[in-house]
Design a protein around this ligand. Structure first.
Ligand code: HEC
Ligand code: HEC
Length: 334
């Protein structure tokens, strides 16, 4: 449990220190697992243990505490399951993609936690079935750092090349103008000169920004800018389509029903959404589902990497959820 730091000498010291670092990672993974996973998977990983188990739609998770079942997954496969993009699981292309974990009710944490945190969770999940992480995290971090450094170098070189080309063009222009008479100059409009180095510089900058965010994202949680106020005005016909789409996205792409219930069906992790259309303001819903962590830092609702268009469709759909207040089931008027 505790990692006692004592001064030791020689080989023994490094063995113990390595052990300490491992324990700290596991402790971090355990903390994150208990907060973000245990309601569905159970604290020990056993089936039926989490408070959401009974209400989770099928398919239910495997027993994370069973070595027989879990040893068939590689560390990378477990990582991918926790860190994938959400995709429409009703799409045959997604269903037939063997490399994709197509269960909408297993949420992604790619947009909520750092890569390092997700690996610490994978490490902890391994301990639940008596194994340990073999994936080489150190090399992964080094690789990202090297990619970042070389992208930075390339970007700086492209920048100097562009600046040199720009100066050359300016010098040529100045020479041209110097050779003109006053009269010529008066009617002269310099033409736009394309500098090919500019495109290369733009590309290198894009590559650099992406390598930088990969490297920084290794240990920092993903952040987004404040979500701007959406324009939610829409025609009646378009609205009906959007509501249909939102309903589909709700269960087949983002698995909202794994955590939220409607008419007493679906998960118990978040509040029931039967009356969302009365209770919640559409602009608020849109902002919340795109970036819950900006409103409530440690909420158990992950940022699911929802696109702006999908967020609108989901918002229109939630706006139609207007069940009567009574808790009693609605009886039909036959
Ligand atoms: C809303 C409930 C829910 C939450 C929260 C959740 N999971 Fe899952 N998880 C599932 C479901 C459902 C499956 C898929 C079951 C299936 O098809 O096998 C699954 C599958 C998995 C699997 C693959 C094994 C399997 O059953 O196929 C792993 C590993 C896993 N989850 C780990 C995690 C971790 C780690 C977290 C927290 C970071 C987490 N899950 C959070 C519901 C959840
Ligand atoms: C892993 C579980 C989980 C998933 C998946 C999830 N939510 Fe949530 N949601 C929560 C929790 C927990 C809260 C409560 C927020 C809090 O207090 O932390 C919440 C809150 C909300 C609220 C505010 C409800 C209220 O009454 O205040 C809305 C709206 C909402 N979620 C919509 C969605 C939608 C739409 C999806 C799918 C795109 C979704 N959620 C997916 C767990 C989840």
């Amino acid at each position: 449990m505790f990692c006692v730091k004592v001064v030791l000498v020689g080989a023994l010291a490094s063995v113990l220190i390595a052990g300490c670092a491992g324990d700290e990672k596991t402790a971090k993974g355990k903390h994150l697992y208990n907060h973000y996973c245990s309601h569905c998977h159970g604290e020990s990983g056993a089936q039926g243990e989490g408070f959401n188990w009974e209400r989770m739609p099928d398919p239910r998770p495997k027993n994370l505490a069973s070595q027989a079942e879990m040893s068939t997954f590689s560390d990378e496969e477990i990582f991918h399951t926790i860190s994938r993009e959400m995709r429409d699981t009703s799409d045959p292309a997604v269903q037939n993609d063997d490399n994709y974990f197509a269960v909408s009710t297993m949420p992604t944490f790619k947009y909520t936690l750092s890569e390092e945190e997700i690996w610490s969770i994978v490490g902890y999940v391994r301990t639940l079935h008596g194994m340990s992480l073999t994936y080489d995290l150190g090399s992964r971090k080094q690789e990202l750092e090297q990619l970042f450094q070389s992208a930075q170098q390339e970007m700086e070189q492209a920048k100097s090349a562009f600046e040199a080309a720009e100066q050359k063009v300016a010098a040529a222009q100045a020479a041209k103008e110097a050779a003109m008479t006053d009269e010529e100059l008066e009617n002269y409009e310099p033409e736009e000169v394309e500098i090919p180095e500019e495109e290369a510089f733009t590309q290198a900058s894009v590559k650099f920004e992406s390598a930088k965010s990969d490297f920084e994202g290794f240990s920092k949680r993903p952040r987004k800018a404040q979500i701007p106020r959406p324009d939610l005005t829409i025609s009646e016909e378009a609205l009906a389509q959007q509501v249909e789409l939102g309903k589909k996205l709700y269960s087949e792409k983002y698995g909202c029903h794994g955590c939220h219930s409607l008419n007493e069906e679906g998960g118990l992790v978040g509040p029931a959404l039967d009356r969302a259309g009365f209770r919640l303001n559409p602009t608020w819903i849109y902002r919340w589902i795109l970036y819950p962590q900006s409103m409530k830092k440690h909420t158990r609702m992950p940022n699911l990497g929802i696109t702006n268009d999908d967020a609108k469709a989901l918002t229109y759909y939630l706006g139609t959820l207007r069940a009567p207040k009574s808790e009693a089931p609605v009886t039909s008027m036959e």
